[in-house]
Design a binder for this molecule. Structure first.
Ligand code: ZN
Length: 282
């Protein structure tokens, strides 16, 4: 999965600090991140390459084969044309296909953080401009003291299995660019457990009942500001699918040998599908 960096260890501890020579500076525009043009591997700007004065926000560091590499966020509007000749903003989906793995994970994680900082400039309670806390990753209101922490939305991914006929419930989203098979998925709502979310989403999207819900694994999924919680469960009773056509274009039971999905090493959904395909879901 995208967060499982083979050559490095992600360090998320927040310590306010300034960039130095060799540190990477990330720039975001919406859901796009600045990287070197026409480069096979992902390459970001180093601090010493930036001739302009600007302020920086510390993001995180990754221990890559024993060397600590720091990542900071810079101010997109302040980059000179000389840099933009060699660099371009790439939409976040580039991190599903390009490497190395630690640079892809750094890119998508920086993208989520940049979007949170961009959307967290004023206090939602009193309207005052927010200030950085200094001790932790949090924006504080100097007027009413409200504390604004990064927003992460929990969501479930559900592998519904028909044990008797050895099939899994596969779906395709309606009206999205993503055309491959997926699993039932949905955001947790206020007042429900993750298991409640599993039962509700399966009922809403395909109209079936499930039992024996068991937690599998989680995944930070910065593409949608989400923490994904993967569950397997079993069909309970009638297998007839009543599709929510606003959410899904396809909902169908597939046997292991009918699943066209191939391993991608990126998403929890893919790993869960592949585990069933290979008979390893228990
Ligand atoms: Zn306030």
């Amino acid at each position: 999965m995208i967060q499982e960096i083979k050559s490095g260890i992600y360090h998320n501890e927040y310590r306010e600090q300034s960039p130095e020579k060799g540190d990477y500076i990330m720039f975001a525009q919406g859901r796009s991140i600045l990287m070197r043009k026409a480069s096979e591997d992902i390459a970001y700007l180093h601090f010493e390459e930036i001739p302009t004065q600007m302020s920086y926000i510390y993001l995180f560091q990754i221990n890559i084969n024993g060397k600590m590499q720091k990542f900071f966020l810079g101010e997109s509007g302040k980059l000179p044309q000389s840099i933009m000749n060699d660099y371009t903003y790439e939409p976040q989906n580039v991190f599903r296909t390009k490497g190395p793995d630690y640079m892809a994970f750094a890119g998508i994680t920086a993208c989520q953080l940049a979007n949170w900082y961009a959307a967290t400039r004023y206090c939602g309670t009193c309207g005052m401009a927010l200030v950085h806390d200094g001790k932790e990753r949090m924006m504080r209101c100097p007027k009413c003291n409200a504390m604004h922490y990064p927003k992460i939305s929990p969501a479930v991914i559900v592998g519904v299995i028909d044990k008797e006929q050895e099939r899994i419930l596969m779906t395709k989203y309606a009206g999205r660019d993503y055309k491959k098979y997926a699993l039932i998925a949905g955001f947790s709502e206020i007042g429900e457990t993750a298991e409640d979310t599993v039962r509700r989403e399966v009922m809403e999207e395909v109209g079936i009942k499930v039992k024996n819900i068991r937690y599998y694994k989680s995944q930070p999924w910065s593409f949608t500001d989400t923490l994904l919680l993967g569950f397997y469960c079993e069909l309970d009773g009638d297998d007839r699918i009543q599709l929510d056509q606003e959410e899904l274009s396809i909902g169908q039971w597939l046997r292991r040998d009918e699943i066209p999905t191939e391993y991608d090493g990126i998403s929890l959904t893919n790993e869960m599908i592949m585990r069933f395909k290979n008979g390893e879901e228990h």
